[in-house]
Design a protein around this ligand. Structure first.
Ligand code: 1GP
Length: 254
């Protein structure tokens, strides 16, 4: 069943063609800095906040960060967990993800079995997501024991994405790895998007408005930026990223 947050995302995609999501890594923020970031991205009209990171985290701190964001903004908070410890009852929804190219059954289905009863207990909205790590893959690739897909093998990314879609996942995430030196190339995004009939999320290494433009023009419906927002106290950079999604979004609407 499609819940409130998923419907909101789909409506925004239908209306605008492409949307921006802000990723906050709870390990790298204080409640005060997370609140400040949330206020800034809300001002520039990001669509939602994702909370998660690749390394283990304190659930108490995670709860505090989410509570602070919820208190200050109206943006939906979607968990982006690396493990069962990434679940908080204060979020609105959770990307209920399987790391499709992991070599470790734990990241394919093990963590999900452990996490599902908690998601149920907390009444979190679960949004099924096929998570595919490509290129350098960053910490997520190492922690998730992923057989990362090289940027010059887009056909393999297509095969993974289609497999996830046929298994019933409702979103696909092409992840270049947080802080990657290069974002997912447009050729890979374009080829995956041309074969998929569900929305495509792209993230990892996106730092400039020009890169945002390329990702959106290639067909990504949801663009995630994390590191660049964490590292920029100035609101100019944040504005540049979000504005570029908005500027190019209409061109992708069929
Ligand atoms: C990581 O794709 C996201 O999961 C965001 O990556 O931190 O490089 O923006 P960045």
């Amino acid at each position: 069943m499609i819940g409130k947050v998923e419907k909101y995302l789909l409506d925004r995609i239908r209306r605008d063609g492409a949307v921006h999501l802000t990723l906050i890594d709870p390990e790298k923020v204080t409640t005060a800095s997370a609140t400040q970031t949330a206020l800034t991205v809300e001002k520039f009209d990001t669509t939602a906040i994702m909370i998660g990171g690749s390394t283990s985290m304190s659930t108490t701190h995670l709860d505090k960060v989410i509570k602070a964001i919820k208190k200050t903004t109206k943006l939906p908070v979607i968990l982006f967990p690396n493990n069962v410890t990434g679940i908080s009852k204060y979020a609105d929804a959770i990307w209920f993800l399987s790391l499709i190219n992991s070599l470790d059954p734990y990241f394919l289905i093990g963590a999900q079995i452990l996490g599902a009863p908690i998601v149920k207990k907390y009444r979190l909205e679960a949004i099924p997501l096929g998570y595919i790590i490509v290129g350098e893959g960053g910490a997520a690739g190492i922690v998730g024991r992923a057989a990362t897909i090289p940027y010059d093998k887009p056909e393999l990314a297509v095969a993974h994405a289609l497999a996830a879609q046929y298994l019933g996942m409702r979103f696909i995430y092409l992840e270049g790895g947080s802080g990657a030196s290069k974002p997912v190339p447009p050729e890979m995004i374009r080829m995956v998007k041309s074969q998929l009939s569900i929305p495509l999320i792209v993230g990892g290494g996106i730092r400039t408005g020009e890169q945002v433009k390329k990702v959106v023009d290639a067909g990504a419906e949801l663009v995630v930026t994390g590191t660049v927002i964490e590292q920029n106290n100035s609101t100019n950079k944040i504005q540049e990223l979000i504005e570029n999604v908005k500027k190019h979004q209409k061109t992708t609407v069929a």
